[in-house]
Design a protein around this ligand. Structure first.
Ligand SMILES: *Cc1c(COP(=O)(O)O)cnc(C)c1O
Length: 404
């Protein structure tokens, strides 16, 4: 049974006050909060078995290695990857995308084309622009409509035998739109292109099945799904990971080193140079356990109730406009009050203890599309409540009164 009051007790931070008011944390699309089950794992690691992994014969090193590799298996099971070595630990989504983009530098030719979507986070735009600069390949963009959805008939037209790569987010961080990645993957594969899905926003809401999706690369960050910052994962199909060259050179990623020649370690270590965020990886596994114990279906259902409730209440405010109105969206509401800068609304909400994000949300092309400087973004997690939505709505009303 999903019981939000019970769940909230797992999150110590939700008890604090901000500016003399109870914290109302609605910035979950930027980073999620951390339950004590995950905090305990972090404390236990540094209190009891902190050691470097994979190299030591001593007990602490073996315990740390076991826990780290167990976490890799948890992630593998969670996304249903065929092999454990298809899971590469990274420092987050940005790192995973750069790893793949860099790898494709040696595989792309001048006449090749890569396709991105109009709904991307900067971290799923800039690395590909850099790739195109290096290789001479051309970047094409799937356009969006006013509801904040990608236009699939335009995508169909962009695809050709020159298309080598398509990269798209599963869910837009700025608008909450859930993109039709099944369709995008199927069509890309029909012309022989590989697909990278940025799952930073989907992983807190949806349990992805990478084999069922038949996706080539799937990346995410632990800190968007109750885990620590600076930690994430890249899933890649074994065939692709074997084809791509290593991203960074260093310790851990080699088989043998002489000054004449170095041979690389097998997967996954080929892509894991240097000492990783060991504790972060173990805590990522604990975060996945925590969320699975609640259940992704229950989480999605509850968050949808919050989304519907908040949308209805916010739209009662005159002059409030919501950006991103797709029927297929998660619990993200991007909005503006007519004639009022989003930053000013965010500042007043903070005075009331309400944390929202304001600005372009690392997605400037979307803001340009709507011809706005940015939005106020409230993003809800499964530990938020209807009374927090009420606090947001009354805060926005107050901001409107003070600023107009
Ligand atoms: C947060 C986010 C990223 C970047 O994640 P990092 O953890 O900062 O690397 C990329 N894409 C989307 C859609 C995001 O929401």
């Amino acid at each position: 049974m999903f019981n939000v009051e019970h769940i909230r007790q797992d999150f110590p931070i939700l008890n604090r006050e901000v500016n003399g008011k109870p914290l109302v944390y609605l910035d979950n699309a930027a980073t999620s909060q951390t339950p004590k089950q995950v905090i305990d794992v972090i404390v236990d690691y540094y209190s009891n078995y902190n050691a470097n992994i994979h190299r030591g014969v001593h007990t602490l090193s073996q315990e740390a290695t076991d826990a780290y590799e167990q976490a890799r298996i948890k992630i593998q099971k969670h996304v249903n990857a065929k092999h454990t070595h298809e899971i590469i630990f990274t420092s987050g989504t940005t790192h995973g995308i750069n790893l793949v983009a860099n790898g494709f530098s040696s595989l792309l030719k001048k006449e090749d084309e890569v396709i991105v979507s109009a709904l991307e986070h900067h971290s799923n735009i800039v690395p590909w622009q850099m790739l195109c600069e290096r290789t001479g390949a051309t970047l094409k963009v799937i356009p969006m409509n006013l509801e904040g959805e990608l236009i699939m008939s335009e995508y169909d037209k962009l695809l050709s035998e020159n298309t080598k790569l398509v990269f798209v987010n599963h869910i837009s961080n700025a608008l909450g739109t859930i993109n039709p990645i099944e369709y995008i993957i199927e069509k890309a594969h029909a012309v022989g292109a590989a697909v990278l899905v940025d799952g930073a926003q989907s992983c807190p809401h949806i349990k992805p099945d990478v084999q069922d999706l038949d996706v080539d690369f799937y990346v995410t960050s632990a800190h968007k799904m109750c885990g620590p910052t600076g930690e994430g994962m890249l899933y890649g199909k074994e065939t692709w990971l074997k084809k791509l060259p290593p991203y960074q050179g260093g310790g851990e990623m080699i088989a043998e080193v002489t000054f004449d020649k170095t041979t690389y370690a097998d997967l996954p270590h080929k892509f894991e140079a240097g000492t990783p965020n060991i504790c972060g990886g173990i805590a990522f596994g604990a975060a996945i356990d925590y969320m699975n114990a609640i259940g992704f279906d229950a989480i999605a259902k509850y968050e949808h109730e919050l989304l519907d409730y908040a949308t209805e209440k916010l739209l009662e405010i005159e002059g409030l406009k919501i950006y991103g109105t797709s029927k297929h969206k998660t619990s993200v509401i991007s909005f503006n009050l007519e004639g009022i800068h989003p930053y000013d609304v965010g500042t007043i909400l903070d005075k009331l203890g309400i944390a929202v994000r304001t600005g372009h949300h690392c997605a400037q092309p979307i803001m340009d599309f709507y011809k706005i400087p940015g939005t106020v973004r409230a993003s809800f997690a499964f530990y938020n409540t209807k009374s927090e939505v009420d606090a947001l709505v009354s805060g926005v009303k107050k901001a409107k009164m003070m600023l107009s």
